[in-house]
Ligand binder design. Sequence first.
Ligand code: ATP
Length: 442
Amino acid sequence: MAELASSPILSPQESFREFRDNGLRLDGSPTGLENVHDYEPGGHHPLHLGDVLNGRYKVLHKLGNGGYANIWLCRDVQREVAHYFAVKILMADASIDDCHELRVYRLLRLGLARCDAAEHLCLPIGRFDIQGPNGQHFALVFPVLGPRVSMLPRILNLEDSARTLRSVCFQVTKTIATLHSYGTCHGDLRPANILVQVRGLTGLLEEEIERALGVPETVNITRVSGKGSWPSTAPHYLVKPIEWGSVNTRDTGINFLTDRVCLVDFGESFDVRDVPEDLGVPEEYRAPEYILDKRVGAETDIWALGCTLFEIRTGKRLFDLVDDDPDDHLERMVDILGKFPEPWWSKTWEARRRYFREERDRDRRLSYQPIRNNMAATAKSSPRSIEEALLTASGYEQESIGTAVSPAEARTFGDLLRRIFKYAPEQRVAAEDLLDHGWFTM
Ligand SMILES: Nc1ncnc2c1ncn2[C@@H]1O[C@H](COP(=O)(O)OP(=O)(O)OP(=O)(O)O)[C@@H](O)[C@H]1O
């Protein structure tokens, strides 16, 4: 393993695996699947359903795949009563001692597994290594979780989804408050890193699991040339991840999905006393002081929390960018939250004059006007306040299931979000101080 640890792994947002043709292709749609070209030395560990990992974890289904790992649903065959786990297997190139994935162990060392919010933190239960044809892989064992939080209104089909979504927002805020109280920031907070908790799997037979979660759908891999022996570096098929929207609860009578959530992916987490230079969170969730001054801290987590709460509640991103252009992002911020303070407005944001022009009115007061050029169509519909953004956002497919934000709620939620979206990081509210806000209990 020592030879693998020569250069530090990039964060998921930075990482870019070069496309290398390994002579294999998929015999079907690649949607939702890992890249077949990543089955080569340094890449994914090839495995098939039914394989037993580390003499203990029998692979039953796929839970998901990320930029540099696959996550498998496994049964622990060493236990008499069936227990199920999520086993995350990193690509061999990513399995190095200072990789981001292992930062989660700092949370364990801090004692977060025993804190009040522990049920909302997806922490590893075990770890082992796999030596395979593509190299040595880290495998981390986690509790099994369900779909992303954005699917909640659809899968739970509740009459009052709004109340559930507010409760989920409280769980997330409380968890961030706890992390911060331990001097730790998540660093990549966003709805994609919040999964729904699952219950009722323990003790079920494999056949019951299959009936409930669906028979794994596979897509065969073939050789482009059609001849030669099968490479040991690749499996014979890829497995589509579980479709949580179609889970069958009839046979077992168990509603596997709950209205509780769990934060995952602590690969970008950091100590507030030792902040990183770069922030791992995608552009839409980045705070202005990071974009303009490269400042990182607990406050950048709070900004991301605000974006996350807005998105969980409405199903829509507050700053929905066409591409990841930081200038377009800053423009959206000004549209919704108003003019930046100095020196950001006149000096730091160099492209500002391309987006906003300053004018003096009859009383010689300075005001600013947006210059709409290439983005004219989108910009016209851009909301002018947090309340307007809340009232006009309708990201969930079925508004009929009670996700719309009423004017009264927009006022209360708007008050909470305004405390978060302060441009000056030192004026931004702490997560702890949000917990008794009336919006959570509306
Ligand atoms: N414990 C879990 N239980 C169930 N599903 C999970 C679990 N952890 C991850 N997943 C699923 O796998 C997907 C990818 O996981 P994850 O984001 O951890 O991988 P990654 O390689 O670190 O991805 P990224 O490139 O986004 O950082 C998640 O979006 C989720 O759908």
